[in-house]
Design a protein around this ligand. Sequence first.
Ligand SMILES: Cc1cc2nc3c(=O)[nH]c(=O)nc-3n(C[C@H](O)[C@H](O)[C@H](O)COP(=O)(O)OP(=O)(O)OC[C@H]3O[C@@H](n4cnc5c(N)ncnc54)[C@H](O)[C@@H]3O)c2cc1C
Length: 523
Amino acid sequence: MPVSDQTTGVIVVGTGIAGLVAALRAARTRSVILVTKAELGESNTRYAQGGIAAVMFADDSVGAHIDDTLAAGAGLNSREAVEILCAEGPKRIRDLLALGVEFDRENGVLARGREAAHSRARILHAGGDATGAEIESALVRAVLASTVQILEYTFVRELLVVDGRVCGVETVDAEGTVQRLEADAVILASGGAGQLYSHTTNPAVATGDGAAAAFRAGARLADIEFYQFHPTSLAVPGNFLVSEAVRGEGAVLLDASGRRFMADWHPDAELAPRDVVARSIARQMAAQGGAPVLLDATGLGTAVLAERFPGIERVCRAHGFDWSREPIPVTPAAHYWMGGIETDLWGRSSLPGLYAVGEVASTGVHGANRLASNSLLESLVFAWRSVDSLSEPWPASRVLPDTVFAEPVTGTGEPFARAELQTLLWDDAGLFRSADGLASARARLAGWSAPSGVSFTALEDRNLLELASLLMDAALARRESRGAHCRDDYPDVDPLFARHSAFQVRGRLQGSTLAKDTIDALL
Ligand SMILES: Cc1cc2nc3c(=O)[nH]c(=O)nc-3n(C[C@H](O)[C@H](O)[C@H](O)COP(=O)(O)OP(=O)(O)OC[C@H]3O[C@@H](n4cnc5c(N)ncnc54)[C@H](O)[C@@H]3O)c2cc1C
């Protein structure tokens, strides 16, 4: 779809790769307000290490990238979305190059790495292991030089909905002042929710605010039980990520006695799919009394480690590890949310006027498990597409037959405790799940009161409670194991569950574009 000449106001929420790309592209023809709750560059994007996957080399093919993505997704991907991701990816990478993103090169040509479950080396990287920081700073520079109006330290609390259509956002600033901003369309690019878990690679801003606000406004969330756990974060407070690319370069995993153990679990050993490696490490840790396993990168050599992974090297040294001489302790941590606001192939949610792009969206690209380095690419491709569809009429509402109608959390109960919520999710809705654990954790959540107030912490707490409750309900309902969702009591894939889960707020269908008899039948 071509970008129209019409000038329309757009609000973009979030300044990771998805929000910055959407804002830049929309600003070519429209007035754009870009809202972000912290400083401009703070985001998951900034911390991305390994790189961005795309078919840029003659020995690779779009078909191979599609096949790898579908294999990782365990039968829940949308094939159309995956085809778009892989086919449009190379064009969008060239746009990033044109914007000044400096990917690493060898002898003048783009360098590339390999990561788990990719059949080819196709991961572009920058600054060794600083891919996200390089992309983020190039996009921030471009946005600062554009006409985009930027509001930092401004928290989007709710979406404004009039006659079933999103027409703006309600914001709160650091002083607690509430404001309403109106626009013809809102593009949510507010990222993931790693802060749901006590161990996460995500920064503090990743509290799922956009998904929670969209749910309250009436948008449909999909596949929220699928949370990806990265196998290797440094086993120190803060869980600094040790990129999969380190294993891609040849590092191996050892148990406490120094034995390689991954081949016991999967023929691809350290390069098995991410969920398999994460669960194998967790099982190995349980077998050795909870002690972290070891990642041995000594075979890569001092020069390769320093040049290819300077950021990880710096953090290892800060914690007293010399990884060129000794294995380092690693443990899994919550990393990426496959679920989110359900969208079509143009980033459009089920709620007219509301787009969702990047990690907050559920486009169907990742299915039950994300292929490494596909998320930056997904953010880029679908943020671009969302702007291309801004001037198109909103499509008629689709109804998912399995949609569950739920209530937002309310204000009665015991005081909320964020640290306890994070531990409950880690223990009972983490790498391994069961009906008993989920049900008792869910009951604990139900006893809490939704936090109130306008401090950013209180607003985030309410959103975490909202999403944690939904995630547990979804995890309870999916009585099978698939991709990142592993139920001890239902260990196999069940074809009956080869479908997306979906949640929507009860009552908010009124005023939607659905016919009244359809609404009545649904409620
Ligand atoms: C340590 C780490 C390493 C990673 N490595 C890779 C990798 O190598 N390759 C890869 O493809 N992916 C990687 N990922 C995943 C990838 O970085 C993210 O999925 C991607 O950056 C998401 O981009 P985004 O723009 O959707 O969201 P984000 O980059 O998370 O940006 C979200 C933005 O929304 C803002 N925001 C949130 N809530 C509100 C609110 N209420 N009001 C206003 N603003 C709000 C935030 O402040 C932030 O600016 C990694 C993630 C982490 C954490």
